[in-house]
Ligand binder design. Structure first.
Ligand code: SF4
Ligand code: SF4
Length: 281
């Protein structure tokens, strides 16, 4: 079972929900928490994993051996990303624009292009008690978040309940995270901006045909715009976490709510049960 926790913007409370659910689930099932927010992973602040191991994520990029080049220009013609241009027949490559598709090496019959790995990020693995912890980290200045996320997802063990903490927004890294998950929990705040961002991420999730439900963070009883939206759109509202100063303080100290504020433990148990029902497990 793979459950993604997503929201249309950062700071909505995704990591709070994902880490608390993962810790709770690990008491009953083999569970992995997967931090797919590779540009700014912060689940480790709450889970405090130990025994960390890491593996590089690499992109295969071309290198031209000029002495072998026949100056045919085919490699520049095949490159769809403007990363390889031909100057007087000789190819020049902009490494940061290269998508590592391998097209230029394939068309070069002279064998003048060889592919070399370039590090673009890291996958980190550790343990937080019974919970397996996975985190992706994108190298500063790199733009290949989806490649790092794909490498991260490959390390999810089979027959494990996985909670994927998605990057914020609705762009390619989010789509990569949400692909092949069983359910998406949409975390949002009951504000006009929160409602707008929920609408955006809901469009993405529906386009991907993944079942979803909503979680309202910082819920206030006098503000029901998100509840009305969910009702109108047919999105099941699975849980609400109240706007409570103690929650904000616990999060700022990097504490898990299921540990530091036990009165919220039943809320996460109930949410977890509902997620199990929704994913038929
Ligand atoms: S395809 Fe090969 S031989 Fe032709 S220009 Fe490119 S590197 Fe040179
Ligand atoms: S690997 Fe692909 S993107 Fe990179 S230079 Fe070659 S054709 Fe262009």
């Amino acid at each position: 079972m793979r459950i993604a926790i997503a929201s249309g913007k950062g700071g909505a409370g995704k990591t709070t929900v994902a880490t608390n659910l993962a810790v709770l689930s690990a008491e009953m099932h083999r569970t992995v928490y997967v931090d797919c927010d590779v540009e700014e992973p912060n689940g480790g602040l709450f889970l405090k994993p130990t025994g960390l191991q890491s593996w590089p994520v690499e992109l295969l990029v071309p290198r031209v051996e000029r002495e072998k080049c026949l100056r045919c220009g085919l490699c520049a013609q095949i490159c769809q990303f403007g990363a390889l241009i031909s100057l007087r027949g000789l190819p020049f490559i902009h490494q940061r624009l290269c998508h590592g598709c391998g097209g230029c090496a394939q068309v070069c019959s002279a064998g003048a292009i060889r592919e070399e790995p370039r590090p673009i990020g890291t996958v980190v693995e550790g343990r937080a008690g019974e919970l397996l912890f996975l985190e992706g980290r994108l190298e500063v200045g790199e733009a290949w978040s989806p490649q790092v996320i794909r490498a991260l997802k490959k390390r999810i063990p089979r027959q494990t309940t996985a909670f994927l903490d998605a990057p914020p927004g609705t762009s390619c890294p989010v789509v990569t995270t949400l692909s092949e998950v069983d359910f998406v929990l949409l975390v949002c705040e009951p504000t006009p901006f929160g409602l707008h961002d929920l609408d955006l991420i809901l469009h993405t999730v529906r386009a991907m045909n993944v079942p979803c439900g909503a979680f309202i963070n910082r819920w206030e009883k006098d503000e029901d715009s998100v509840e009305r939206f969910c009702l109108r759109e047919g999105v099941p509202l699975l849980a609400t976490l109240p706007d409570d100063r103690r929650i904000a303080e616990a999060c700022s100290r990097g504490e898990l709510l299921v540990h530091s504020l036990p009165e919220f433990w039943p809320l996460f148990v109930d949410l977890f049960t509902r997620l199990l029902e929704r994913t038929d497990r």
